[in-house]
Design a protein around this ligand. Structure first.
Ligand code: TMP
Ligand code: ASP
Length: 237
């Protein structure tokens, strides 16, 4: 398979066409942004970690019956994925209060929910990714009711699988963001990435943050946190 022209450059990844119409190559960058691109920086080695971590987790999920875009890891930073049309939705599951949930509802971080929460936001930088309910998603024709159901079922299942996996690594899965895409035949698959950029991961014993919040909140030790979380994953797999 041959790499062709760049199709897109996002905040954390570039996407390239290939000589196979159904396949793309994603290339993970070390660039980091937060607050809708307002804060910019670099996390050295992040691209390598996010590529490997996302691929390992997606392969684990595939084995448990979750369809994903993953095809094959090409190199440290590059992966072949199925071409999908990404639904402009951020699908967020929370097990513990943190981040925008705490801010929006005026509650402390760290409240363990009896049941996970599910939310959509509209992936639209200009609008600042506003929260959407299911009726809004249908009204805006971002996804059909059937697709919403599929996404919800996948998201809760992925939460259970990831929660268990991270727990075995001594890590608490606080919350995370997923993106889904449509394949050519219309079926829904998990796309984008699962990484410390897109999950909140706390050390189960100490509560230490091992994710991008260290960058968002200028806490320092960002590279070390990414290296530590990767080490935990590799020790477990
Ligand atoms: P939030 O608390 O800021 O809404 O974030 C919830 C989760 O989603 C958290 O694990 C970080 C992740 N996330 C992204 O992956 N991309 C984003 O643009 C935002 C805002 C959050
Ligand atoms: N990457 C996102 C942005 O720059 C936000 C985040 O992950 O906090 O908008």
């Amino acid at each position: 398979m041959e790499k062709r022209n760049q199709l897109y450059e996002g905040k954390a990844k570039k996407v390239f066409a290939t000589d196979n119409d159904g396949l793309l190559i994603v290339s993970y960058k070390d660039d980091a942004t937060a607050f809708n691109g307002l804060k910019k920086g670099t996390i050295a080695g992040k691209g390598v970690i996010n590529n490997k971590m996302s691929n390992l987790l997606m392969q684990m999920l595939e084995k448990k019956g979750v369809k994903t875009h993953f095809v094959k890891e090409l190199s440290d930073r590059e992966t072949v994925v199925k071409k999908v049309s990404i639904l402009p939705l951020e699908v967020i599951i929370r097990n513990i209060s943190a981040g925008s949930f705490s801010k929006r509802y005026g509650v402390e971080e760290g409240i363990v929910f009896e049941e996970p929460t599910f939310e959509f936001s509209y992936k639209n930088d200009k609008l600042g990714d506003p929260l959407l309910n299911e009726y809004h998603v249908v009204a805006l024709k971002l996804a059909t009711k059937d697709e919403i159901n599929t996404i919800k079922n996948y998201a809760f299942k992925i939460n259970e699988l990831l929660k268990e996996f991270w727990l075995e690594c001594g890590v608490t899965l606080v919350d995370f963001k997923l993106e889904f895409g449509r394949l050519g035949d219309g079926s829904i698959v998990l796309a984008d990435e699962i990484s410390p950029d897109t999950c909140r991961l706390w050390d189960s014993k100490t509560g230490e943050k091992l994710d991008k919040d260290r960058f968002r909140r200028d806490m320092g030790g960002v590279e070390d946190a990414y290296a530590e979380i990767m080490k935990r994953l590799l020790n477990h797999i």
